[in-house]
Design a binder for this molecule. Structure first.
Ligand code: SF4
Length: 206
């Protein structure tokens, strides 16, 4: 690895500075979507219902400084905590680096632009609904937060121009997605935000 290689290729997570750690977040907002865990299988089911503090167009927390006072189950993501977390989406910068996959082309540290995460169809923009407006979470189960858009998965510059398909519809008026069992609804998985101020980064504050 050359001396000029970026920090995420040369440092272990625990060795990163606070600023480096925080910059691994691409600002997609996917981790701020509510999730359901199947009590029987432990499987995670993503929904498109966002934490009430999430800016569903920008992808950042609207009140980062006071988020844990307002949302007590918001989790601070740290290198130690990362090892015990199974719900981060596969596109997440933290998860990718932890799994040795590096950062993808849409990541602002690679592209040099915060908009690339939106253009790639990675962010929640245009397809999330705030918990303030949503109904029961079971009515909003979607699979896109747990996968990559097909074009993004293939990589390539053309993928930067848009999503592989139309944005997933909000599910308020559609049939509830099954959770694979007919017993009581699964317990919600806690919401979380990474360490660092996404709002600053979204504003180009790196
Ligand atoms: S922590 Fe991961 S999933 Fe959450 S906004 Fe940052 S990159 Fe996206």
């Amino acid at each position: 690895m050359g001396a000029s290689a970026p920090f995420w290729k040369t440092k272990r997570l625990a060795e990163m500075t606070d600023a480096e750690w925080e910059s691994l977040c691409d600002g997609c907002g996917r981790c701020c979507l509510h999730k359901l865990r199947d009590d029987d299988t432990d499987e995670i089911h993503y929904t498109n219902v966002a934490c009430r503090l999430l800016d569903i167009e920008g992808g950042g927390c609207s009140d980062y400084a006071r988020r844990q006072r307002k949302v007590p189950d918001c989790v601070r993501l740290t290198p130690d905590a990362l090892a015990g977390i199974d719900w981060l989406p596969p596109s997440c910068g933290y998860r990718r680096v932890a799994e040795g996959r590096g950062l993808a082309w849409w990541h602002p540290l690679v592209s040099g632009r915060t908009e690339s995460v939106h253009e790639a169809g990675i962010s929640v923009r245009g397809r999330a609904i705030s918990e303030r407006q949503a109904g029961p979470l079971e009515h909003y189960v979607v699979d896109w937060p747990g996968r990559l858009p097909r074009a993004v998965g293939r990589g390539g510059a053309a993928a930067a121009n848009g999503r592989d398909s139309a944005p997933a519809p909000l599910c308020r008026d559609s049939a509830p997605a099954p959770l694979g069992r007919d017993s009581a609804p699964a317990a919600p998985v806690i919401r979380r935000r990474p360490a660092g101020d996404l709002t600053d980064r979204d504003a180009g504050g790196r």
